[in-house]
Write a protein that binds this ligand. Structure first.
Ligand SMILES: [Zn+2]
Length: 341
């Protein structure tokens, strides 16, 4: 007798939450097919996207799933922040997506947020922080406590740096945070680390990240601020519209996607697999928020590191946290650095 293989094996079901303005799954799917997928076909990276398959289902399925959620809440199995949220009844579509979870004992998975892989076109020329590090510094301003207690995600410019040793150490560091990896014998760990290094320095992972960087640049050449005079109040007519708005939404989608990296280590040769997820096309309603955020970063001195004039010293990022700051500190003698920014 043939072995029966489930048609949904290794797939996850994604459904729409019952909240205002949630994009229905059929719209997410259509945007993905029309706007996002073509960007990766040309560069032969289609296999690096999480696959989406649109399915329809009856309202009975929604009732059943919502009942399951209630049961999980009753037994405290649901994350607190999600308690009370339900699946919407008015859109009977769902998405089957590739499951990148690890198989216990055979693989491990880690997640990367590539973020802004190149500088914002609106950043000042003498910036010592990239867009992501400038935003991290800005967000940390409201947190109490010493610098060491702030959140400083790794600088995304490291991921696409020409310094391949830096790229390799960034990825192996993430690997070493995985319990499943650390439980492997030394020879397996060495093999896996070498495979991950190769993948992201000379292999498909490198070309994938370089492709995302290129797409971010191509789709947003002038930045959300365009030629807006920063001291002036915002007139809504000045916000990007038409094809420029769509291109900007695509660039912002690519700046907020996730990359899941799964490493299989049960064979003689470690196999690395990277797939991009969270590629839901950003809504046009977000453009005003992006505009205001970018304007705050530029006017507040967050790119230049000059916010120290306005904020307590304790809120500054350690200078070495951004690739741009490190390059700056190599070029400019220490005693002059404070006078130039
Ligand atoms: Zn940075």
């Amino acid at each position: 007798m043939d072995e029966l293989i489930s048609p949904v094996e290794n797939l996850l079901l994604r459904v729409s939450k019952d909240i205002p303005n949630a994009t229905p799954c059929n719209e997410i799917f259509q945007n993905f097919e029309d706007s996002i997928k073509p960007l990766f076909i040309e560069s032969d990276h289609l296999s690096n996207l999480v696959k989406l398959q649109l399915i329809g289902f009856g309202s009975q399925i929604v009732n059943t799933l919502n009942t399951v959620l209630v049961g999980m809440e009753d037994s405290n199995e649901r994350r607190q922040s999600r308690v009370g949220s339900r699946i919407r009844h008015d859109s009977l579509y769902g998405l089957l997506i590739t499951n990148m979870s690890p198989e216990p004992g055979r693989s491990c998975t880690f997640e990367i947020k590539p973020k802004w892989l190149c500088q914002s076109p609106n950043a000042p020329k003498l910036a010592i922080r990239c867009r992501t590090c400038a935003l991290s510094a800005y967000r940390n301003r409201e947190l109490e406590g010493p610098v060491s207690s702030k959140k400083w995600p790794p600088c995304p410019l490291e991921l696409v740096s020409d310094d391949l040793e830096l790229v390799a150490s960034n990825f192996t560091m993430r690997l070493q945070e995985q319990k499943a990896f650390n439980q492997q014998p030394v020879d397996v760990r060495v093999r896996v680390m070498l495979a991950v290094e190769d993948y992201f320095t000379i292999g498909k992972g490198r070309s994938l990240l370089k492709r995302i960087e290129e797409l971010q640049r191509l789709h947003d050449p002038e930045g959300v601020l365009g030629g807006h005079a920063l001291g002036m109040s915002l007139c809504k007519d000045e916000l990007p519209s038409g094809p420029r708005a769509l291109a900007l939404r695509m660039a912002m989608t690519l700046r907020d996607c996730s990359m899941f990296v799964r490493v299989h280590f049960d064979d003689k040769e470690a196999v690395v697999e990277a797939r991009l997820a969270d590629l839901d096309l950003k809504s046009e309603d977000k453009i005003e928020e992006w505009f205001e955020k970018e304007r705050d970063l530029v006017l507040g001195g967050w790119y230049l590191g000059t916010e120290r004039d306005l904020r307590p010293q304790a809120h500054r990022a350690p200078a070495e946290s951004c690739v741009m700051a490190r390059k700056f500190s190599k070029k400019v003698p220490l005693h002059l650095q404070g006078t130039l920014v």
